[in-house]
Ligand binder design. Structure first.
Ligand SMILES: NC(=O)c1ccc[n+]([C@@H]2O[C@H](COP(=O)([O-])OP(=O)(O)OC[C@H]3O[C@@H](n4cnc5c(N)ncnc54)[C@H](OP(=O)(O)O)[C@@H]3O)[C@@H](O)[C@H]2O)c1
Length: 251
């Protein structure tokens, strides 16, 4: 694919995200606590996570390695970063979930596969075929600040995922109020961390596919955080009053 068509595809993908964004504030995407049988056939929650997230891992790897192994050091580093995130999200995270007997609609799984296919393709194709970072890139303000933002986001995301998973250490399948770390300020620090992470990736790669993925992450997770926050307030009378949904002190 030539660069002109590649850029156009990225803008179309961003345009779709911007159309879907307001719609997601009106519907609650039915997985996890919001899962609904009315969305048709269901699949096991853990299997769903593995299939949908490993798509991104696989597609990025194929696109990146398609033309061989000769890439600049920075592109290899961005590939490694993608691998670390998606090995966790596709295999480690689902294996830790206390999700026995829980299901998600197949429709959601297929939508997430499409989403992960596009993100894996755009970012993998860019890093493997179009990017051309010089060795000086490692000293650029974009790389230095972006890699710090990415690391911070990943730490917040993984720490918050771990707190949520540990809430069910008594083998229950129920829901509890999470406390500690970023949960002092917001209901969904796992989502907040994920958004910061991909903002960092967009900055450190300074790429259109990186920007597209960041925008899609906001589109997916901002409405979901607001849904979670409303759900917590509905379910728990003693839910902390000053806790926000996604952005400390603001939203
Ligand atoms: N980049 C993207 O666009 C994108 C999109 C979606 C998700 N993600 C990431 O994927 C991860 C999971 O996302 P998610 O939206 O599914 O997270 P979530 O709704 O917060 O759930 C995470 C896990 O913790 C459990 N859990 C959550 N709150 C709980 C509570 N109060 N008590 C007991 N257990 C609780 C959930 O159980 P149940 O499943 O039974 O509710 C689930 O197993 C996050 O790190 C998120 O950032 C990224």
């Amino acid at each position: 694919m030539d660069i002109k068509h590649f850029i156009l595809l990225n803008w179309i993908w961003i345009g779709i995200a911007l159309i879907i964004f307001p719609i997601l504030f009106k519907i609650t995407v039915p997985y996890g606590r919001h899962s609904k049988r009315s969305w048709g056939a269901m699949t096991g929650n853990r299997l769903g996570w593995i299939l949908m997230e490993s798509t991104s891992l696989l597609v990025f790897s194929i696109c990146f390695l398609w033309n061989g192994f000769i890439h600049g050091l920075a592109s290899w580093l961005f590939f490694a970063v993608w691998l670390i995130h998606y090995i966790n999200r596709s295999y480690v995270f689902p294996s830790r979930l206390m999700t026995k007997g829980k299901k998600m609609p197949l429709a959601i799984m297929f939508m997430a596969i499409l989403f992960n296919f596009m993100n894996g393709f755009l970012n993998g194709y860019f890093q493997g075929n179009l990017s051309n970072y010089s060795p000086e890139w490692f000293y650029s303000p974009q790389f230095i600040s972006g890699s710090m933002i990415f690391t911070l986001g990943m730490m917040i995301n993984m720490q918050s995922d771990s707190i949520l998973i540990s809430l069910r250490k008594n083998n229950s399948n129920g829901y509890f109020i999470p406390y500690g770390k970023m949960f002092r300020y917001i209901s969904c620090p796992n989502h907040f961390g994920e958004i910061i992470e991909w903002a960092g990736f967009a900055v450190m790669t300074w790429s259109l596919p990186g920007l597209a993925f960041f925008i899609w992450t906001v589109v997916n997770l901002m409405p979901r955080s607001l849904d979670h926050h409303r759900w917590y307030k509905r379910e728990f009378q003693d839910y902390p009053k000053n806790r926000k949904a996604l952005i400390p002190f603001i939203l």
